[in-house]
Write a new protein. Structure first.
Length: 428
């Protein structure tokens, strides 16, 4: 396990200033599923904002008294396989309506979702003594004191960031915290008393790409720059804890979908454009990221995670429903043990690349949240979220056409992803 003891700073290198000449500005993404076109607004307006809030610490005393069972840190425990247990006593961990940092794309109860069971499931890993440690925001903030944790990736990683800051906000004692969106790509939460920072940085394809503007997500085609990561890396190179993710943007939504890859640059006059399979594009990104981490990460300072693929539930026939309904009106998990619908091969690839860093003593911990999320066909916003574009008549007639079965309602599934993160930070 990575040791976080030393305070040695990361080498600061010159940041290559690069111009991405090909951003395409539209504010929603069109995803193609098996040739069917569905519009899912993933774009969220990051208005420049600065919020300050004061909160009472209702549960503070209770939380401090009960420490989690240390057993949970045992190596042989396997948090990624288990089952959902209905538990309306300990769940939800916070109120979605009260969380200051809630995002409209995942604010299901605010946008009219009336059933509540989806907020009341706890993840129970298989095996004795393998319970997930009980989340304690104060202990986490003590751990993050004078530190910076940053989530780097796409809107699913932002989903996890929102979940974590809501979990923390719900129990900060006479809290002083602050959210400050420094610019569109960086969302920042700070617990002032602890000088603890929890950020999200938008970088959906990890490399520099034409998807780099968080408000700009209608991309007819995607372009990555094979050798450009510095601009993004400058946003996370000083972090103490980094959680990367990247999955949905690489998936193939129609048979002929390919990734464009740019080498060199227009400025240097050696720009070259190539086209590869989406999965090969993912490998190009992994390779560059791995190389960067190997050359720049101070293993004594920085702890690195990669969040596993977040499954989608757009094809109801996978669990015995009608495809045309997608995940509409689902109110309960899939109970079939071992249910799998996602593509597990991408994380296997990621594991291979990251494995090459072990010889340098750099360990990238995978948060293997795929299987637990697979069961949760009931966990998505569907139509209960902010629509960033007015719905057409046709859409209103056919709710499945715009139902979001990709992101996750909060409180909900990503809270468990954060329990994994917490467990690793505290015990592993
Ligand atoms: C843990 O999960 C892995 C797959 O990730 C599996 O191969 C292994 O058998 C599991 N171990 C236990 C103790 O459940
Ligand atoms: C919790 O669930 C149980 C069993 O379904 C139910 O009887 C009880 O009323 C619920 N409590 C709350 C607070 O929702
Ligand atoms: C506050 O935290 C940042 C990391 O986010 C660190 O660089 C800085 O030194 C801390 N400030 C103090 C006064 O310790
Ligand atoms: C905003 O984000 C861009 C892209 O990551 C970065 O280069 C720039 O320095 C940021 N601006 C500010 C004011 O932080
Ligand atoms: C990291 O820590 C180890 C053991 O504490 C020490 O030997 C090594 O010099 C440190 N590396 C750096 C780059 O500070
Ligand atoms: C979903 O629920 C609504 C309201 O209860 C109902 O009108 C609609 O027919 C249901 N749709 C499906 C696909 O089950
Ligand atoms: C994640 O866990 C699942 C079991 O839930 C396993 O099949 C898969 O291989 C694991 N993936 C990685 C990358 O460890």
């Amino acid at each position: 396990m990575t040791n976080l003891s030393s305070q040695v700073g990361v080498l600061r290198r010159g940041v290559i200033n690069s111009l991405v000449a090909f951003s395409i500005i539209v504010s929603f993404i069109i995803l193609f599923y098996k040739g069917q076109e569905v519009h899912v607004a993933i774009g969220v307006k990051h208005e420049h904002q600065e919020l300050q809030a004061k909160m009472a610490a209702e549960h503070h005393e209770q939380l401090r008294g009960k420490l989690p069972v240390p057993d949970a840190g045992q190596e042989e425990c396997n948090w990624s396989t288990g089952q959902w247990v209905y538990d309306n006593v300990s769940r939800p961990l916070y109120s979605g309506l009260k969380c200051t940092f809630m995002f409209p794309e995942v604010a299901c109860d605010k946008y009219g979702r009336k059933d509540v069971m989806y907020q009341q499931w706890r993840w129970q890993p298989h095996g004795h003594g393998c319970d997930l440690p009980r989340f304690d925001a104060i202990r986490l903030l003590e751990k993050l004191k004078n530190k910076r944790l940053v989530f780097v990736g796409d809107s699913l990683n932002r989903n996890q960031w929102v979940s974590l800051v809501c979990m923390v906000e719900a129990s900060i004692p006479d809290a002083r915290h602050k959210m400050h969106s420094i610019n569109g790509s960086l969302l920042s939460f700070k617990a002032l008393e602890y000088n603890a920072t929890i950020d999200f940085y938008w970088s959906p394809l990890l490399l520099e790409s034409n998807g780099d503007s968080p408000t700009v997500q209608w991309l007819e085609y995607k372009i990555i720059r094979a050798d450009r990561i510095e601009k993004h890396a400058s946003a996370w190179r000083d972090a103490d804890i980094i959680i990367f993710n990247s999955y949905v943007w690489w998936r193939k939504h129609k048979a002929d979908m390919r990734m464009k890859v740019m080498y060199g640059s227009f400025e240097d006059g050696d720009a070259r454009l190539n086209e590869v399979e989406m999965i090969d594009g993912f490998e190009i990104a992994l390779k560059k990221l791995t190389k960067w981490l190997g050359e720049n990460i101070d293993k004594n300072k920085t702890r690195i995670f990669f969040a596993g693929s977040s499954p989608t539930h757009s094809w109801a026939s996978n669990w015995g429903g009608e495809d045309s309904n997608k995940c509409l009106n689902e109110t309960e998990p899939i109970y079939k043990d071992g249910y799998k619908g996602a593509d597990y091969s991408m994380m296997e690839k990621a594991k291979l690349y990251f494995g090459t860093l072990e010889e340098k003593g750099i360990h990238i911990q995978i948060l293997n949240i795929t299987e637990l999320s697979e069961y949760r066909k009931d966990g998505h916003p569907t139509v209960f979220r902010k629509q960033f574009h007015p719905l057409t008549k046709e859409q209103i007639m056919n709710p499945a056409s715009y139902a979001d079965c990709i992101h996750w309602c909060l409180p909900g599934v990503p809270d468990v992803w954060n329990e994994f993160l917490y467990g690793y930070l505290m015990y592993k």
